[in-house]
Design a protein around this ligand. Structure first.
Ligand code: SPV
Ligand code: MG
Length: 294
């Protein structure tokens, strides 16, 4: 069955298989478990969400080894393949190939890098989005592909040309170059609420390598429309983080106002869920076997 395949192979199949697959954002071990519990086939380790959950900005304020530490918890917590948001690769080709090696060692199934300069800025912020040179970015992709110890590790190249206002021809030129450089898939990203530029791109690109979409801003677009555009993978990019912000705010507001748990208890997950998610019963069983006198 699918469970026997490596995490690398499972992500690769999500990218290259028939039809459209979906992965869901997580930003720590707990949210990774909840994504798996819900039935998703994979996890998006969002840079925005991991940063926000740790109280910092999505501007490479976390070091890459701090991101790696979070990923290690996520990978241990879930059997799902993880596609990590690798921002710009944390430097040049050399920094990126070292990242790839370390990700593979931790069974992280793939990395997405975007064609901007370090330190990056979130695509939905500011208009000063500085794109990387095409040649430099292609070198980075090649270095990653040449370094990966597992053939099924995936490198997804994210095109920021539309985000930077450079138009569809520039986006297509970049897609062509990144596919040629060995990328396993591309992300075409947009900050418009209207999906026209994304759909036009997809028509022209014609699925030469798989396309990944992140419909955060064009969320009203029917999923069937993205399927018809032959999206291989759709990423729900930050919705566990945003759900948790809302839930924490609601709980804090109630307790600030009421100074009692009476109305809170039923609105939060049962305490027992916390123990179940942490697999407390496994330790109880192990104690029977391993503790002295057990
Ligand atoms: C992220 O989730 O960190 C992403 C997607 O990179 S976006 O915020 O849409 O740029
Ligand atoms: Mg990001």
């Amino acid at each position: 069955s699918n469970d026997q395949l490596s995490k690398f192979t499972r992500l690769r199949r999500l990218l290259t298989g028939e039809g459209t697959n979906f992965i869901m954002e997580a930003h720590n071990g707990l949210s990774a478990k909840i994504v798996e519990e819900a039935g998703f086939d994979g996890i998006w380790a969002s840079g925005l969400s991991i940063s926000a959950a740790l109280g910092v900005r999505d501007n490479n304020e976390l070091s890459w080894t701090q991101v790696l530490d979070v990923l290690e918890f996520m990978s241990d917590a879930s059997s799902l393949p993880i596609l990590v948001d690798g921002d710009t690769g944390y430097g040049n080709f050399n920094n990126f190939r070292r990242l790839v090696k370390k990700l593979c060692q931790r069974q992280i199934a793939g990395v997405c890098i975007e064609d901007k300069v370090f330190p990056k800025t979130n695509s939905f912020l500011a208009d000063n989005q500085q794109l990387a040179e095409i040649d430099e970015f292609c070198g980075k992709i090649k270095a990653g592909k040449d370094t990966q110890p597992d053939d099924d590790f995936s490198i997804v190249a994210r095109i920021e040309a539309l985000i930077a206002g450079r138009g569809i021809d520039e986006a297509l030129r970049r897609a062509e170059a990144y596919a040629e450089a060995g990328a396993d898939a591309i992300v075409i990203h947009s900050k418009k609420s209207d999906p026209d530029e994304i759909l036009t791109f997809c028509r022209s690109w014609d699925h030469r390598i798989p396309v990944v979409l992140i419909p955060t801003k064009y969320y009203r677009t029917p999923t069937q429309t993205m399927k018809d555009a032959r999206a291989s993978l759709i990423i729900w990019a930050n919705h566990n983080l945003r759900a948790s912000i809302q839930a924490m705010r609601d709980t804090c507001a109630t307790l600030m106002r009421d100074e009692t748990l009476v109305d809170v208890e039923a609105a939060v997950a049962p305490l027992n869920d916390v123990f179940t998610l942490a697999d407390a019963s496994e330790l109880e069983e192990a104690e029977k076997v391993y503790l002295a006198g057990g």
